[in-house]
Design a protein around this ligand. Sequence first.
Ligand SMILES: [Zn+2]
Length: 91
Amino acid sequence: MACRDAREWHEEWQRRQVEADREASSAEAHRRAETERAEAHRCPLCQGRGYVGPRVCHHRPDQDAINARGLELVRAELVGARRNAVQGEEE
Ligand SMILES: [Zn+2]
């Protein structure tokens, strides 16, 4: 009997832990959402709407420049690779 009591107690304890975890994580999520909203409000890209045209805003005004630079590099790589491939075929 004592054994069963201990198990029930343990199950109850686990249930409470799960609930506590869930509450903590929802509070955390809530806090994060608040922070994101505050950042979005300051964002010059979307003015707090969260979207720039059809795209979801990342709220990082300098990110577009970084992305553009990255895209240029990738494009240059691709053009170079394609040129090499074409030359390889012609030979
Ligand atoms: Zn934004």
